[in-house]
Each structure stands twice: as C-alpha cells, then as structure tokens.
Design a protein around this ligand. Structure first.
Ligand code: PRP
Length: 206
C-alpha cells in the first residue's frame, strides 16, 4: 500500500513551524490540531457515500451523505493531539483510545489501555499517532484492530521514518499511510531525524 505524503502548501508551512524548537507547547498543540485536520481531508478522499436528498428553501436537492462510520484510534499519549482537529471535520466519529508506550531500552511497544467493545462498531479506523518511528506502536495497534474485526484501517500521522514505513507496510500491506512528511532516518535511540523531538513531551509540556 503506498505511502501518501501530503504536498499541500499549508501542510508544509505548518509542519515547519511545528518542527521549530522555538515553538511553545500551546502553539505546538494548535499546529498539530490543524495538521490533523488537513491530513484527514486527504485521508478521507475515498470515503463511501450514499445518495441523500434535502429540501433547500427552493425545493429538493439531490446530494450525498457519508455511509461509513469512522473510528479514530489515537495511540496514547501523543495521538490525542490529533483528535480535536479531526472531530471538527467529522463530528460523528467514534474515538477508541489505545494505550501503548515504547520501552526505552527495547523500543518495543507495551500495551496499557484498551477498552474496545467485543464487536467492531465502525467501518473505517484511522489510527492516529504523530510519529511513525520504528513502526512498532502502529503495527501493534493495527493488529489489535484487526483482531477486533476492523475491516478498513488507515494510519494518519505527521512524520514517518523510512524504517517505520517499511515495517508497517511489511506487517500490514493493506493499511495506507498518510503523513505530512517522510523524514531521513531514525537515530540510535529511535528518534526520527530531523523530526520534531518527542511529540508527546512537546504536546503535553512534560
Ligand atoms: C512515541 C510516539 C509513538 C511511538 C513511535 O510514543 O508518540 O507512539 O513513540 O515509535 P515507534 O514507531 O517506534 O513505535 P512514546 O512511547 O514516547 O509514548 P508517549 O506518546 O506516551 O510519549
């Protein structure tokens, strides 16, 4: 499944501001919210529709309505920063949180929160995490969602490392990846370079 790197000028502009170490927490959250909204617009281009008519003041107009229920699946913590912007665009979404943290030694994801109900309640899942580094967190989340019974899953993030894209595509070739930029590489401690630092810390001031 191809990786979709946004070519939108607003995405490029906002991403550059987001990376800047002089950008404070408040501005960082605002930019992440706006980037999520713009990336969601691109990631939902193939959303299914069904015909729907409405009455305008002048009479009937044939139109459309979304026929798929969308679930946002933010990976805690940093994925939370992408939820608000998307909810503005898609007010009817369901939000299902998945708690994973990356063990600092092994870089392997450790699960700590999952309250998914027994059967799937959405048709499309958007996995939200600003950073696709080794890909371990995204791979584990998609595995959880597939086991849940989710049929259509997409990954939406801000930055990806080539290592993460390769790993996620190899583990889940059916999951499209939507990001603002594909960066150069991972460094020796698993951070994306040039990246933006630790997204969770910058989002939440820790
Ligand atoms: C960071 C980031 C991703 C993960 C990416 O989270 O927000 O969830 O690492 O790395 P991966 O692709 O190698 O799995 P972190 O573990 O720092 O947790 P946090 O969001 O709670 O800060």
């Amino acid at each position: 499944m191809p990786i979709h790197v946004s070519s939108h000028p607003l995405v490029k502009h906002k991403l550059t501001r987001l990376r800047d170490k002089a950008t404070d927490h408040r501005k960082f959250r605002e930019l992440a919210r706006e980037l999520a909204l713009l990336l969601c617009y691109e990631a939902t281009l193939d959303l299914q529709l069904k015909p729907a008519s409405v009455n305008t003041p002048m009479g009937e107009a044939k139109g459309w309505e979304a026929s798929e229920v969308i679930g946002l699946v933010p990976i805690l913590r940093a994925g939370l920063g992408l939820v608000d912007g998307i909810q503005e665009l898609l007010p009817a979404v369901q939000v299902w949180h998945i708690g994973l943290y990356r063990d600092e030694e092994t870089l392997r994801p450790v699960e700590y929160y999952n309250k998914l109900p027994a059967a799937p309640t959405v048709q499309v899942c958007l996995v939200l995490d600003p950073m696709l580094a080794t890909g371990g967190s995204a791979i584990a989340t998609v595995k959880i969602l597939k086991k849940w019974g989710a049929k259509r899953i997409k990954f939406l993030g801000i930055l990806a490392a080539p290592e993460g894209v390769d790993a996620l595509s190899a583990a889940h070739p059916d999951v499209p990846i939507h990001v603002a930029e594909l960066d150069e590489r991972l460094n020796e401690i698993g951070f994306i370079v040039p990246g933006l630092g630790d997204a969770g810390d910058r989002m939440f001031g820790t």
